[in-house]
Design a protein around this ligand. Structure first.
Ligand SMILES: C[S@@+](CC[C@H](N)C(=O)[O-])C[C@H]1O[C@@H](n2cnc3c(N)ncnc32)[C@H](O)[C@@H]1O
Length: 290
């Protein structure tokens, strides 16, 4: 993993390096109350895990994932909320995939959004997950679908879209999901990350997801001292970012974004207590027009 620098010149953040659970404010020992009804349903009906085993299963999975990378969302249990499924555009996405469209989930982690799509009837062989590190085996164990899920997981760095394993997806993906990823960078690297996402698109493609934002768009020194500067968007700054990306890559995008509170996300508002004042979640849909 590249070292942090205030210029944001790294591919994944230093704070995600595996670390002692007792240190960060975002490892909560008990996350049982974070399991929403949809996830209980998925575990019961898709993974065939009896309800009384869910808590143990979730905690075991969380700790396996934490050993790989210690992101705040892993420690807090916010990954238990079906984020894509709760976006207003979800049904449109589902219909497009049922009609033959493909999905690439960038920074897929254990592949929750892909499993939600599969559970809702999307053909799983049209689903792809990309991550810089293999959380995929933890995902197969969590969802107990190693034999039935036909989606493909690719271990690669999204900032290196020229990697050979990513070439089959070039200019071909209908829906690119990117949730809780771009916010790990400053403006410059978010532009770089967004440009990399465009390599998978074609006119008509949609890029959808969320990231930590703020009521006041700004670059901040996030997560304490000596940590990298990261850019927190509001909807307007996010549109500017995509205008800049569009000019750089010769494409045109229409951006819709809205800020949601942690409560609106289905997360515990106390989970934002250690974060910056004005923290919200920016939920977005970016349409590639041409
Ligand atoms: C905070 S987690 C978000 C997981 C999931 N998308 C969600 O919303 O619950 C960020 C994920 O992005 C992955 N990631 C970080 N940097 C990456 C990079 N440069 N290329 C590909 N994946 C990356 C991490 O390994 C991690 O699984």
């Amino acid at each position: 993993m590249a070292a942090n620098s205030s210029k944001g010149d790294y591919h994944e953040p230093e704070y995600a390096k595996p670390q002692d659970k007792s240190k960060p404010p975002y490892y909560h020992t008990n996350i049982e109350h974070k399991i929403p009804a949809e996830t209980h349903e998925l575990l019961e009906k898709y993974s065939h895990i009896p309800r009384e085993q869910h808590s143990e299963h979730v905690h075991k999975t969380r700790d396996q994932a934490w050993e790989i990378r210690s992101y705040p969302c892993i420690g807090l249990g916010s990954w238990l909320v079906p984020q894509l499924r709760r976006q207003p555009v979800y049904n449109e996405i589902l219909q497009r995939v049922k009609a033959g469209g493909s999905v690439l989930d960038v920074g897929t982690f254990i592949g929750y959004d892909l499993r939600a799509l599969a559970y809702d009837g999307a053909p799983s062989d049209q689903l792809y997950g990309l991550d810089i590190v293999n959380h995929f085996d933890v995902g197969y164990d969590f969802f107990r679908d190693r034999d039935s899920f036909k989606g493909r997981f690719i271990e690669a760095d999204m900032l290196s879209p020229d990697a050979p394993e990513l070439q089959p997806l070039r200019k071909s993906v209908d829906i690119v999901i990117v949730s809780q990823v771009l916010h790990q960078w400053n403006w410059v690297n978010q532009v770089r990350g967004a440009q990399a996402l465009t390599t998978f698109t074609k006119p008509g493609s949609m890029i959808v997801g969320n990231q930590i934002g703020n009521v006041k768009a700004q670059e901040i020194a996030s997560l304490g001292n000596n940590l990298p500067d990261v850019y927190r968007h509001d909807p307007e700054s996010f549109t500017r970012l995509w205008d800049e990306v569009g000019k750089a890559v010769g494409m045109r995008f229409e951006t819709q974004g809205r800020l949601r509170s942690f409560v609106e996300m289905g997360w515990d508002p106390n989970d934002a207590a250690w974060m910056d004042k004005g923290t919200r979640v920016l939920e977005f849909v970016v349409q590639r027009l041409e």
